[in-house]
Design a protein around this ligand. Structure first.
Ligand code: F6P
Length: 345
């Protein structure tokens, strides 16, 4: 009997989502005996029974496209018992035998809760922030780093021409992976991440040290989730989403104000924002997303549920979905310390 498999993409979008969707569908066709159903707008699609067919034709020409053909949302079906029950009832109504959930900690946290209620789920690790537990790498990160690196390269030439300090704010809610990688690849003079409170005096001293040596420009890369010592968390908006996340943004501007005041340098800010998430994925993310999609469908085919497909070294493995809820995978301390070799003069 043909098995009906639902696929959904949840949370913030991410380059490579379409590569995963395509790979799941193509692998299912290869195995045979499956009908693939796209659940639209993340977990919200389950509440509304909003679905679309996912045939070979539906996934043609999407590999290189950014975003997600299924749409996404930050809907939390476990916000209350009523919505949780409705979602579970609808899984039965839609006659879904299993679900492949592609998302980050929130989306996969829901997947784990559904697993505990007997739903057959395989998770796929997504986020440009690369901060998901259980895997060495999430798809989308490589693309975000490439975009941020190009931006840092471009900021360099204009900073040098004007003898300015340029602060570049990148994404990274809880972890500084994008800041550290793009900062290192782009030759930033200082990298600030959520893992370590920002010492403004130290940052200003670095700028002044360069100046004493005759270098009158600096590039500072700061993650949006970085906190300045002695200051409240800086937010773009207090409004919380379904998972209790506030909207971050603005730390670059506040930091630039301090640096300008204390060093006397002309200082400007660039906030990269959603540019890091949009557009075409890198070849690396297309390949990683494809490998995850194939592995997710293989897990379904083998009947391995309640698992997350993950990268360990260069191998794709399956780990328990519960891994995701163990916390945030923060930046390696040693890696961050190493970036300091290149700070200042
Ligand atoms: O989780 C990825 C991420 O890009 C975070 O770095 C960022 O804080 C958040 O998404 C912003 O997403 P949105 O604007 O869609 O709420």
């Amino acid at each position: 009997m043909t098995k009906r498999i639902g696929i959904l993409t949840g949370g913030g979008d991410c380059p490579g989502l379409n590569a995963v969707i395509r790979a799941v569908v193509r692998r299912a066709i290869m195995h045979g005996g499956y009908e693939l159903i796209g659940i639209k707008s993340g977990w919200r699609g389950l509440l509304d029974c909003d679905t679309m067919p996912l045939t070979r034709e539906d996934v043609r020409g999407i590999l290189h496209r950014g975003g997600t053909i299924l749409g996404t949302s930050r809907t939390n079906i476990f916000k209350n018992e009523e919505t949780a029950k409705k979602a579970i009832d609808n899984i039965a109504k839609l006659k879904l035998d299993a679900i492949v959930a592609i998302g980050g900690e929130d989306t996969l946290g829901i997947a784990k809760k559904l697993t505990d209620r007997g739903i057959k789920i395989v998770g796929c690790p997504k986020t440009i922030d690369n901060d998901l537990m259980g895997t060495d790498l999430t798809f989308g990160f490589d693309t975000a780093v490439s975009i941020a690196t190009e931006a840092v390269d471009r900021l360099h030439t204009t900073a040098e021409s004007h003898n300015r300090i340029l602060v570049c704010e990148v994404m990274g809610r809880h972890a500084g992976w994008i800041a550290a990688y793009a900062g290192l690849a782009g030759g930033a003079d200082c990298i600030l991440t959520p893992e370590k409170p920002v010492d403004v005096d130290e940052v200003c001293e670095m700028v002044k040290q360069r100046s004493r040596k005759g270098v009158n420009f600096s590039i500072i890369v700061v993650a949006e989730g970085a906190k300045i010592k002695g200051q409240e968390e800086i937010l773009a908006s207090q409004r919380k989403d379904d998972f209790g996340h506030v909207q971050l943004g603005g730390v670059g501007q506040v930091l630039a104000g301090f640096v300008a005041e204390r060093t006397g340098f002309d200082t400007r800010v660039t906030v990269l924002g959603h540019v890091q998430r949009g557009g075409t994925p890198t070849a690396f993310d297309r390949v990683l997303g494809t490998r995850y999609g194939v592995a997710a469908m293989d897990a379904v085919h083998k009947g391995n549920f309640g698992v997350l497909v993950a990268l360990r070294g260069n191998e794709i493995v399956e780990v328990p979905l519960s891994k995701v809820s163990e916390g945030i995978r923060t930046l390696d301390e040693g890696f961050y310390e190493m970036t300091k070799t290149f700070w200042g003069y």
